[in-house]
Write a protein that binds this ligand. Structure first.
Ligand SMILES: *Cc1c(COP(=O)(O)O)cnc(C)c1O
Length: 363
């Protein structure tokens, strides 16, 4: 963050969101002079010997950090995670076929809506009845379904899958936009993972797609070339001009993650941050968390107050303390703080201290 006139000390924004300071510095330098080439990264060809190593390193870092086997390909594509809502069923779901989806909130519902354009969608489990404050537990998945889709972390509702349904019996597809590489998962057990980069791994403008190549080529529809995963695999994510700068920022962020000690290390820090936050929340009756305890997100914590006036007061206080991104999503209200990989424990400590002070004065 810049030391500007208006001091921002803690950035809890949900997305695009905080990245490591080193990444901002290195990305800035690359705009002025990329790798001492005398050229900006914004003015070099994507097929040059300057950029190709960036794409290669970004790809191999994803493979390494997720510990992926040879069947899994890593792609860098345009269009945000929202494009994947339709690209997934277009590539995997036949017109007369079934796809199973879990209905866990705003993002899952957007994926469901697009899925219905391509085939039959069955709801394998829903949290609608709890107003999306929980994660469905007993899923019912047709054995003939082309895949089961889950949203591993619902960014708006503040819920997260802590028990991944690896053994659902059909290919597993996940929208990991807001918790990708924040915790250790058995990434090889997912047949397709997609994530917009701008929450936990880079700048807006690119998503990563990790796909088990064995599930491709099974639908009968004609797929437009640019939307066919197989073409992007063949062309190494260079079928057309990739979002060069956004891929570079992902590469830098993944280098940083590796330096931190990779996913195993960041998960420990993320666990510590989440525990500090939720322990504090549970100790202060003036604040309430609507989400079922066992389904709370370690990335996006949602909380409210009973009194709207007090909410305003607390928000104003956050602002004077240099905290941004604390206001809840317009559909939920209250507050939401996002604790992505790059957010420090100090920032969580700062807001929990503020909550305690506030509760002491108002309680
Ligand atoms: C932000 C978000 C999206 C949408 O990402 P875009 O890149 O804006 O399309 C999808 N799914 C989840 C879980 C998100 O948090």
């Amino acid at each position: 963050m810049l030391q500007s006139a208006k001091q921002v000390l803690h950035n809890f924004t949900a997305g695009p969101s905080i990245l490591p300071k080193e990444v901002f510095e290195q990305a800035s330098q690359a705009i002025l002079d990329f790798n001492e080439s005398g050229l900006s990264i914004l003015e070099i060809g994507h097929r040059t010997t300057l950029f190709q190593p960036v794409m290669d390193e970004a790809r191999s870092l994803v493979k390494e950090l997720m510990q992926l086997g040879d069947d899994h390909e890593v792609l860098f594509l345009h269009g945000g995670a929202s494009t994947q809502f339709m690209q997934v069923p277009m590539n995997l779901l036949n017109e007369n076929g079934i796809a199973a989806y879990t209905e866990t909130g705003t993002w899952a519902n957007k994926a469901i809506k697009e899925g219905r354009l391509f085939g039959h969608v069955e709801i394998a489990g829903s949290a609608k009845e709890t107003n999306y404050t929980s994660i469905p537990k007993n899923l019912s998945v047709s054995p003939t379904a082309a895949y089961l889709h889950i949203t591993t972390n619902e960014t708006i509702a503040g819920t997260q899958w802590h028990q991944i349904p690896y053994d659902c019996g059909v290919p597993l597809v996940a929208d990991m936009s807001s918790d990708v590489l924040s915790r250790q998962l058995d990434f090889n057990k997912f047949d397709l993972i997609y994530a917009g980069a701008q929450k936990n791994m880079g700048a807006a403008g690119v998503n990563i797609v990790v796909v088990n190549k064995n599930i491709l080529g099974k639908v009968s529809r004609a797929i437009p070339s640019i939307l066919d995963y197989r073409n992007h695999i063949k062309e190494g994510s260079m079928m057309n001009t990739p979002p060069v700068f956004a891929v570079y920022v992902v590469m830098l962020t993944l280098r940083w993650l590796k330096q931190q000690g990779a996913v195993v290390a960041i998960e420990k820090i993320n666990d510590t941050k989440a525990k500090l936050f939720y322990d504090t929340l549970d100790s202060l009756p003036v604040f309430t968390g609507p989400v079922a305890k066992e389904d709370r997100s370690k990335m996006n914590a949602v909380f409210v107050m009973q009194d709207a006036e007090l909410e305003k007061e607390f928000l104003a206080l956050c602002k004077t303390e240099g905290m941004v991104g604390v206001k809840g999503h317009r559909s939920v209200g209250g507050f939401r703080i996002s604790m992505y990989n790059a957010l420090s424990l100090e920032s969580v400590k700062a807001i929990t201290d503020l909550m305690k002070d506030f509760a002491n004065k108002k309680g």
